[in-house]
Design a protein around this ligand. Structure first.
Ligand SMILES: *Cc1c(COP(=O)(O)O)cnc(C)c1O
Length: 227
């Protein structure tokens, strides 16, 4: 199956749902990104700043770049000139740095709050209490150059579909709570980013609006080591 075939498959999977596809391009060379672009892909997800910064100038300007990996505050400045959405906001400190760097480029960068719902200790993200503290803060209210458009989460990597489904439901519950409490008048707060190659169907059934798919489009990644 070619990249174009795989993208067509996902277009069909998403047909009749409100969800869009973020093509996760991490570890893949620019030629394969171009192939995906030619086949119609426009939302690209990378998890490392350095890699995204290297690839961005090699692709047309209408690509929406989504940062989906953990972001250190000292690296925000490298993506601020072009990044469309930072899906991995996990602290007020990071959000304020995005605000500051986006302001320097007279931009508004979109962001998703990342939540921790998986069993694994390693998956970073906020709790609901953390998020409420962030959203209630004056510093957040004064941030004009970052616009929160929703939330993101990663489910436990397990064959236990019931567990994954519970976690996606939890994310949806968090999204709805925050929407009602803090963003009721903001239609732009509408993204529920959840679902990857192995679990996107469960995520769509629970109301995902952004699925992040890499290996089901490009094949397995070669990291040179176990991911
Ligand atoms: C790598 C990655 C994905 C895509 O994973 P696949 O299993 O290849 O589809 C999605 N989300 C995040 C945060 C990732 O790091």
């Amino acid at each position: 199956m070619s990249i174009a075939d795989n993208l067509r498959f996902f277009q069909n999977e998403l047909h009749g749902t409100p969800a869009r596809l973020v093509v996760v391009t991490k570890t893949h060379p620019v030629e394969r990104l171009r192939e995906a672009y030619e086949a119609g892909a426009r939302l690209f997800g990378e998890n490392k700043v350095q890699e995204m910064v290297a690839k961005q100038p090699e692709l047309p300007a209408d690509v929406e770049w989504h940062l989906i990996g953990h972001l250190q505050t000292n690296k925000v400045k490298y993506v601020a000139p072009f990044v469309h959405t930072i899906q991995s906001i996990d602290s007020l400190r990071l959000l304020l740095e995005i605000d500051k760097q986006a302001a320097r480029h007279s931009r508004v960068v979109r962001g998703l709050l990342q939540f921790h719902v998986a069993r694994e200790e390693t998956k970073s993200g906020l709790s609901l209490a953390d998020a409420e503290e962030l959203l209630g803060s004056e510093a957040f209210r004064n941030a004009r150059h970052v616009q929160l458009t929703g939330i993101m989460g990663i489910a436990t990597n397990t064959d236990d579909a019931a567990q994954v489904q519970r976690e996606f439901r939890e994310l949806r519950g968090i999204f709805e709570k925050l929407k009602a409490r803090y963003f009721a008048d903001e239609p732009a707060f509408r993204e529920l980013s959840m679902g990857m190659s192995a679990d996107y169907r469960l995520a769509l059934a629970e109301g995902s609006t952004l699925i992040r798919v890499g290996s089901a489009i490009f094949g397995a990644r070669n990291y040179g080591k176990v991911d």
